[in-house]
Design a protein. Structure first.
Length: 460
């Protein structure tokens, strides 16, 4: 059953390869490695760079699957659309609904991070001042379209990479002089040039995967790019390239930087940090001193806003596609503003959700985002097999088998290993959210008697 098109305005195709990569890197926010270092060092047993390697392999395999599905269905619906068209409309709805935990909470996590930094600089200001002000800024910028988002983010990404380079060099310089962070235990010390930050006799594969599960959050920007499919030029070539390049660039930055960080901070992170789950302010102070901390935190506020703005754009597009399909209200979610060419209602709703950042912890939000992301990643990999191998029978030669069976199955297995390490509370909350979606789907289909509404692909 198709939902009739009630609005004339559509998203505009004005993004090139570089625009998309910039939006992806801004969403990923490379400086997030400073925020998650403490919790991942704790959970991985002091092997953060190796946890990044595990996460990168899983994400890279999955990004290839996203590329295949973008070529098949160049829609802004991302995993929701791919699952709906390749496997089953009801399953597609459930994947889209579960993905909301990733997309809806991603703007919120950036508000939380910005507030952490601002409170470190201005402890006397009430945190709700920052929450409301930053949410309003993020919402207003998104109202004016994805190209504005790309231009706003481009210089921010370059400065982030420059700061990470300077920060990493400062650590390298200290290590060359034989200096480690205060509190490092002699027995825990790593050599400057060794494989010990990646692997040693105490390494646990389970601990590395636990760390990788957290770091899945760090890579979630690459999949958000698929939500820009209806705003990208030459989408079938541009988006697959952009997703792989965004993943590789971010992965290289994360692994190289955390190698030196782990070498400099090899012991239990609780020795170095009072707040292990939000380490950026303390690690900047430890490495560069008070002035360096103040300058970088000031800029970090801008970087997390850039990430939040990109995340805000992604969730508004997902809601638009689901609203356009009719599985949620078309009148509210499925509309494009005739002058701004953006889904204004969805942008305002996402901004409202971001305001709840004042009530929830960073670690819980990160865990819930990972739940939504892992759901999407799992089903995108499965969708490749269903669409190309099972439905279209593209298994005629070794190349087809490799592309459409071996790679997506390897991607699914790597994601499944991270599922095994998901926090118990997070799993319960995620399943509760999925149950609410199942109930709504039952209502929408009159007890599963009617077909799930779908949009006519030719109208995109």
């Amino acid at each position: 059953m198709s939902t009739p098109v009630t609005n004339v305005a559509k998203l505009q195709r004005n993004l090139g390869l570089w625009h998309v990569i910039i939006i992806g890197l801004a969403y990923i926010q490379p400086m997030t490695l400073l925020d998650t270092f403490g919790m991942v060092s704790r959970d991985s047993g002091g092997h953060v760079p190796m946890s990044y390697v595990f996460a990168l392999v899983a994400i890279l395999l999955t990004s290839i699957s996203y590329g295949h599905m973008i070529r098949a269905y160049p829609s802004s619906g991302s995993a929701y659309t791919y699952t709906q068209k390749s496997i089953n409309p009801s399953m597609g709805f459930m994947v889209g609904w579960s993905s909301w935990l990733d997309y809806l909470l991603s703007p919120m996590v950036n508000i939380i991070l910005a507030v952490i930094y601002l409170e470190a600089l201005f402890p006397s200001v009430h945190h709700w001042v920052w929450v409301i002000g930053l949410t309003a800024l993020m919402t207003i910028i998104n109202l004016f379209g994805s190209k504005v988002v790309a231009y706003f983010n481009s210089w921010i990404v370059f400065i982030q990479l420059a700061i990470i380079g300077v920060f990493t060099y400062m650590i390298f310089d200290a290590l060359q002089a034989g200096s480690y962070a205060a509190g490092t235990l002699a027995a825990d010390t790593y050599e400057l040039w060794s494989l010990e930050p990646f692997w040693n006799s105490m390494t646990s594969v389970g601990a590395l995967i636990t760390g990788a599960t957290i770091l899945c959050f760090s890579f979630t920007g690459f999949d958000s790019l698929s939500s820009l499919a209806e705003e990208t030029k030459d989408v079938k070539n541009t988006l697959p390239k952009a997703m792989i390049l965004t993943t590789l660039i971010a992965g290289a930055v994360f692994i190289i930087s955390t190698y030196f960080m782990q070498t400099y901070l090899p012991s239990d992170p609780s020795i170095y940090f009072e707040a292990v789950d939000e380490t950026q302010p303390e690690i900047l102070m430890l490495v560069g001193g008070a002035i360096f901390k103040a300058w970088v935190l000031g800029f970090a506020i801008v970087t997390v806003m850039a990430s939040g703005i990109s995340a805000h754009a992604g969730v508004s597009r997902l809601m638009y596609v689901m609203g356009r399909d009719g599985v949620i209200s078309n009148k509210i979610f499925g509309q494009i503003h005739p002058k701004l060419f953006t889904p204004v209602n969805n942008i305002l709703i996402a901004g409202g959700v971001a305001l709840t950042a004042g009530f929830i912890s960073l670690e819980r939000v990160v865990d819930l985002i990972s739940f939504g992301a892992l759901t999407a990643f799992s089903f995108v990999n499965i969708s490749v097999v269903f669409h190309y191998a099972l439905r279209n029978k593209l298994v005629k030669n070794g190349k087809d088998v490799f592309n459409y069976i071996i790679v997506p199955i390897a991607g699914f297995i790597s994601v499944f290993l991270m599922w095994l390490e998901v926090d118990g509370v997070t799993l319960k909350v995620g399943l509760f959210w999925a149950a609410l979606g199942f109930i709504w789907l039952g209502i929408k289909t009159a007890g599963f008697k009617k077909p799930v509404p779908q949009y006519k692909e030719e109208d995109v």
